[in-house]
Write a protein that binds this ligand. Structure first.
Ligand SMILES: Nc1ncnc2c1ncn2[C@@H]1O[C@H](COP(=O)(O)OP(=O)(O)OP(=O)(O)O)[C@@H](O)[C@H]1O
Ligand SMILES: [Mg+2]
Length: 399
């Protein structure tokens, strides 16, 4: 059950929003107040007891958001703005003051239901999680780290019901967010790190792109100049926070080995090193595994994944393992059709081509990294009583 406070400047629209909330399928309690965004401070006491604040104001401008920062910082809740055709400056200002959702009027039923589900999931999730960090890295560009990271994240979120965060750490031209959504992210890793002193759960929420009820994406820096401003200490602070908020944190590290990526690899529970059956990958792949050894990573931390696997390729699996000096933990088949179709539609392969060998390979990789915990077996006594109870049950129903 989530507690919603709706502050609306129009009785007619607040009735309409109320009706749309009802259709969301999420359990909630609603309080409605008549007012405008610029009067927000006056409602601070009511806001403090809510899980979600919805502010509906037709005349909202970036300037009127100044009071929001103070109120939201004290309340630690999700805030949704509803306004016709929000401008880019309004969106940016909203993000800066910690507003998580900006929806345009008239409201889309689906969008509001998704936002409510997200708030409810956050509330039900409890306060602390034990997020496992898995980095997906490679020794060369174009290996498939982004495809693998995105699909792994989607599988864990949609099929395994885990709360997942995907971080795009690519420092050249980050593109992971394009594979899962056709909208611009509210902020990038560089934006977040440039305001690292403000980092808390609410600010983080405002920076991530919410692409599924269980999956958030933190977009990459966008260009190498912005990426150069990232510092290991920023990432350390962010990883400490997100480990508590998510079950799984997948980092698309890409191909760079530098102080920044090494910092993330140090803090990862597992590294998936992606290679292909090609002489260039073998050479740099071997070098990369040597660097991992020099960094002191135990062999069990690194899993070699062969992408675009072809059993007829000149470099066979035994040759590859011998050259790398490591066992291959998993293989993903080459499937250009489904990989390209999914890419062009901005939908993950595991959704767009669920039955394909590539999608199934990703699901198996997710199982390898996050083994499904079997339900505990029943004890001897409960099994004994269970078998005795059945005949009695049968007799009862027969009479
Ligand atoms: N198993 C696969 N079968 C067929 N095509 C694939 C497969 N995996 C990846 N691809 C394709 O290879 C290309 C590169 O993939 P991707 O962008 O994931 O690689 P990357 O390692 O992230 O590259 P970059 O170095 O540019 O970040 C994409 O066009 C993708 O669709
Ligand atoms: Mg990539």
């Amino acid at each position: 059950m989530i507690d919603i406070l709706l502050i609306s400047s129009s009785a007619e629209r607040s009735t309409h929003i109320g009706a749309q909330l009802e259709q969301s399928g999420v359990a909630y309690r609603l309080r409605t107040l008549h007012g405008e965004a610029r009067q927000l401070r006056a409602y601070a006491a009511a806001i403090k007891t809510a899980d979600l604040l919805i502010v509906d104001d037709v005349d909202l401008s970036a300037r009127e958001l100044s009071g929001f920062e103070e109120v939201l910082a004290q309340a630690h809740l999700h805030c949704m703005l509803v306004t016709p055709a929000p401008s880019t400056s309004l969106l940016m200002a909203a993000m800066r003051v910690g507003v998580r959702h900006v929806l345009s009027w008239p409201l889309d039923d689906r969008e509001i239901a998704d936002a409510l589900t997200h708030v409810a999931n956050k509330k039900n999730a409890g306060l602390r999680r034990e997020g496992r960090v898995v980095s997906v890295s490679s020794c060369k560009g174009g290996t498939g780290t982004t495809l693998i990271a995105v699909n792994l994240a989607y599988t864990l979120a949609a099929q395994r019901d885990k709360r997942v965060l995907l971080i795009d750490l690519n420092q050249q031209f980050a593109d992971a967010s394009l594979l899962v959504a056709d909208k611009a992210p509210p902020a990038t890793l560089a934006d977040l790190c440039s305001q690292i002193d403000r980092l808390d759960a609410a600010f983080f929420e405002a920076c991530v792109m919410h692409v599924h009820a269980n999956l958030d994406v933190l977009a990459g820096a966008g260009d190498p100049v912005k990426a150069a401003e990232l510092r290991p200490a920023h990432l350390e602070r962010m990883l400490t926070l997100v480990r508590e908020q998510y079950d799984a944190v997948i980092v698309d590290v890409g191909q760079s080995i530098n102080p920044l990526t090494i910092h993330v690899l140090d803090h990862s529970d597992t590294i998936c090193m992606v290679v292909r059956q090609n002489i260039l990958y073998l050479h740099s792949g071997r070098r990369m595994l040597d660097i991992f050894k020099e960094l002191g990573y135990p062999a069990s931390k690194v899993r070699v994944v062969v992408n675009q696997y072809d059993k007829n390729a000149q470099i066979s699996l035994p040759t590859l393992e011998e050259t790398l000096g490591a066992k291959v933990a998993h293989k993903l088949p080459r499937d250009e059709k489904h990989a390209n179709d999914a890419l062009n539609h901005g939908i993950p392969v595991v959704t767009a081509a669920k039955g394909s060998a590539l999608a199934q390979g990703i699901v198996l990789l997710a199982e390898m990294l996050w083994p499904v915990v079997a339900a505990p077996r029943k004890g001897v006594l409960s099994r004994l009583f269970a078998t005795r109870a059945n005949p009695l049950q049968q007799l009862k129903t027969e009479h």
